[in-house]
Design a protein around this ligand. Sequence first.
Ligand code: SF4
Length: 966
Amino acid sequence: MSVNSFGAKADLEVAGKNYEIFKLDTVPGSESLPYSLKVLLECLLRTEDGANITADDIRALGDWDPNARPDKEIQFTPARVIMQDFTGVPCIVDLATMREAIADLGGDPAKVNPLSPAEMVIDHSVIVDFFGTPDSFRRNVDVEYERNRERYQFLRWGQTAFDDFKVVPPGTGIVHQVNIENLARVVFPREVTNADGQTVLQAYPDTCVGTDSHTTMVNGLGVVGWGVGGIEAEAAMLGQPVSMLIPRVVGFKLSGALRDGVTATDLVLTITQMLREHKVVGKFVEFYGPGVSEVPLANRATIGNMSPEYGSTIAVFPIDSLTTDYLRLTGRSEEQIELVEAYAKAQGLWHDDQREPRYSEHLELDLSTVEPSIAGPKRPQDRVLLANAKKQFRSDVKDYASESKLDPTDEAAAESFPASDSPAAPDPALDEPVGTPQVSLLDKAKGLVSEVAEKVSETVSDVAQQVHPTRPSKPVGVTLSTGENFELDHGSVTVAAITSCTNTSNPSVMIAAGLVAKKAVEKGLTRKPWVKTSLAPGSKVVTDYYEKAGLQTYLDKIGFDLVGYGCTTCIGNSGPLIPEVSQAINDNDLAVTAVLSGNRNFEGRISPDVKMNYLASPPLVVVYALAGTMDIDLDSEPLGQDEQGNDVYMKDIWPTTAEIEGLVNTSINADMFASRYADVFAGDDQWRELPTPEGKTFEWDDESTYVRKPPYFDDMPANPEPVGDITGARVLLKLGDSVTTDHISPAGAIKADTPAGQYLMSKGVDRKNFNSYGSRRGNHEVMMRGTFANIRLRNQIAEGTEGGYTRDFTQADGPVTFVYDASVNYQKQGTPLVVLGGKEYGSGSSRDWAAKGSALLGIKAVITESFERIHRSNLIGMGVLPLQFPEGDSAESLGLTGEETFDITGIAELNEGRTPETMHVKATAPDGKVTEFDAVVRIDTPGEREYYLNGGILQYVLRHMAQRAA
Ligand code: SF4
């Protein structure tokens, strides 16, 4: 309970109920804070404990200087945790293990539960194996269950065993869409027990962390939340705070309104490009101004979703009447809606478009200037105006098409470009020589490849390109098993996917897609036969309103049958392309394209066969499926012909804003949400019939290669042993600068000749079923073997190697061996291990296994020039000591080779409740040379000291639970 040093505790009565709240206006300076920082301030007021969260922290936030560089660390305790199945499984594995551990300490396993509500949506595992038929959905779900049975049984056990942990079963929806449509409370009502043992009903802002980067979608509802790694999520689930710096906040002023024909996707692609250019990494972005009320809630959510694409921590909208309207539409109770409004108004969190809070930086967008756009071919910020899409494609495809020749039909079309285009706006891509016939003829004529001739040919090529923008072309004949014939070429659209909660949560763009399908069918158009089409909404409500609007039938007619309610193509689960199409692409190295309504389009992410990926609104996805190529000017070239042979253009099938709004208003209602979400945690028959282990503890299957009990709590005493010095340690790795968490714990493919591959083969797993490290996060045996197994890792101890190698000094002459194999030998000997690193050790995305794997390999300390902030705290969370070389020193400057034996002294001072600023390190080389230095201790808070003294955060929490239960 809060020590309440600001006297902030107060009552708020709403609809006959009394809530305890913590008043923000008791803190000087709070009134002019940005919305997002007010939410953090409330959290500090409510959780002030005088030790980890102090009155000084609260004052620092009230006094926030928008122009200062962030350096003040605070402890943020989110109201809840949201997870998807890929990253959430290891969290539940750890909780299940804690249950057994508490029993070993004499406690009741049933007492181990999330202390903050935790919800998981199983959405990441469905793959589009089947498409374009009425039974595609059922068949995809069947295969999904076959593939994931072990994981699902485990999660089903978790769903029944843990309080305050709920699972949304597969085939129901996508995590962030389910979050905004149902799980988000906006203002959280929760009964808590105060210091006197009384139960009080509190109300506070809904905040969350999630194990998925697009957790920020919920920012659209005014909920402050973002994606974190597994250890932070587990800590939050167990009621522990997340360490963070008070960030800079970018105020993004909106004015005006979107024009007719411009979609939410166009808006978000515009904002993504603007914020990318502005550079917002690590900052909060907050929308304000009169234009806020012109942005429908669904569009706000779409914008929030793409926060990771532009790099900000969050991209939040304040609470206003549109928020409460959306809560009403999605079936939330009137009591909850009243609470949201009353609380937000009482705390100054309700949007006031005349108010301009203190912001660190400013940006502005007039919504009326947004134009229809797509983004690609490989980055979400590479926005292309739809009007320029063909021209840009022709320029970009040259980077992807290996062999090419000029397409004569395109030469004619090319001439139709205004001659002034190229000279007036030279395209950098046109400066690159390409293999056009003009160039090859010229080269042939010269018959030599001298430098001079090359220069001439490049110049000729440049001139030719500027006058006649052309494209590489390599038409390849394909015959499908149905006997259908067509030509495939560079640029052919082979995947058209209405996917991703980014857009499927937004009824206006989904209805627009359905209307495009309807008008296309009425004009006699259909998808091109080489396009793999799919519709994967993020909730079943989409199906309800499609049915009510009568649009699903038209989508089905052109191949957009339902394939699943899950991430599918957005996460790369697009499944195999049409086999003959795939064969032609690979045989001829064609640079084909995918068009999807997702948020990421990095090369190779969508399909291994597809090089160029474009993000587009759902209606444009349908349009490109009809066109079958990116090499089309949608304004001037027809998509096909109607039954009378007349050309049909995009404008003929594009709906008006009035048509879309009309159908949105008549097809979607609160009853749909209320009935779909009434039993959202129940699941279908397959889920309910899944044989599920029962009991307070999980019965681990020794044969499982996906879910295994980790050894974190093996032989753990009830009280921690005092910590002591590290003596006789050997160096497992000596690394350079910018070693990322992906170097430490790769997520990708498992190679057969690595320790993880060998382990899987020893368990009878075929190579083709190895799957990735990412999917085996529930099995520590795989993950610790994969630690430091990145094929690009350069361990300076094992000079000349690349990959997960080291030298094993337990053996004569220290032969080069796998990192894992050496660590096993060191652990057998009882030899502690250290890692030497350079600058920014552990940068990249937060990855729990980078710290967990380090701990399981027996690493006791990591000494670097600097740490990435979250990885540093994760190391402490796993009981690994983070130390830094003295300022200005490094392993190199100190002459360390990694062959030394290390002694680290001064650790015992932590037992006295003090964290020393430095600890003494003595490194003794094989020739007896001694190097000594005082390393800076990077245990930064009293809470972190407690975690370290307990051997890690999980052990700390577990012991506290055991003590409370005693
Ligand atoms: S649909 Fe895409 S953005 Fe949404 S949760 Fe799935 S992978 Fe993440």
